[in-house]
Design a protein. Structure first.
Length: 248
């Protein structure tokens, strides 16, 4: 009797431990699933929310600058009982388009040349104007459809055996080509971003042979830089997509 009671007690204790362990595993799995659901929702909602907020902020910012310059009788608020967001942005696009069309003819070019000559006579303003003009011209040239896409490559930097991701922005021409630093004439202009701060970086003139071109797109390279290597481009998936496109 005593042996059977002790055996039944041990079996009951073992079964209770098993039940407790299974319940703990169940709750642990439930918590992991809830965490994954939360992270998935954050990944989906976060970029959309931030993008909409930035777009709304930009539209409101332009409206705050442009609307006060427009007579009230020409604004939508004069005819509607509510404000129309984006009116200032739309008006700005129309005005800039008209200015661009005006600059394409002789009268517009004459006015622009006269304005530039006036600004060139102002000691401090002319340096600021020239720098801003070159910046906007570079952005406009990069936005042209026929403009070649920026290529990505690897360069051995800062020391031997350590490779850094660079953007190949162009070939050395003009004075840079004629100077031939180090006796090398076939050089490339590359821009190397600095980690988490993509707007900052180093513009380098390096021999073509020292740059290893990659098939990675500029967008994938930017993701790689901004996430410190946590987000790697799916190269094999892209190869499969290209192969499937070639077959079809």
């Amino acid at each position: 009797m005593g042996g059977s009671e002790r055996g039944s007690g041990k079996s009951a204790t073992g079964s209770s431990h098993t039940d407790a362990g299974s319940m703990a595993a169940h709750y642990w799995g439930l918590g992991a699933r809830l965490r994954n659901y939360f992270l998935t929702g954050l990944v989906i909602v976060g970029p959309v929310t931030i993008t909409l907020y930035l777009v709304w902020w930009f539209v409101s910012y332009v409206d705050q600058w442009v609307k006060p310059l427009v007579p009230r009788m020409y604004t939508p608020e004069n005819y509607l009982p509510f404000a129309v967001p984006g009116f200032g942005l739309l008006l700005s696009i129309i005005v800039l388009t008209l200015i661009g069309a005006l600059a394409a003819n002789l009268i517009g070019r004459t006015l622009i040349t006269s304005s530039e000559m006036f600004l060139d006579r102002m000691p401090i303003v002319r340096n600021l104007y020239r720098g801003l003009k070159q910046m906007f011209e570079s952005v406009a040239a990069a936005a042209q459809p026929q403009r070649q896409l920026v290529k990505v490559g690897l360069m051995e930097f800062p020391s031997k055996g350590i490779w850094s991701l660079v953007y190949i922005t162009g070939e050395a021409t003009g004075e840079l080509e004629a100077l031939a630093p180090g006796g090398e004439r076939d050089n490339l202009l590359v821009w190397m971003p600095t980690g988490f701060m993509p707007p900052t970086g180093f513009v380098c003139l390096v021999p073509r042979k020292d740059v290893v071109p990659l098939k990675m797109s500029g967008e994938d390279a930017a993701k790689l830089v901004m996430t410190a290597g946590l987000v790697m481009p799916d190269y094999q998936k892209k190869l499969q997509e290209l192969a499937a496109g070639a077959v079809t």
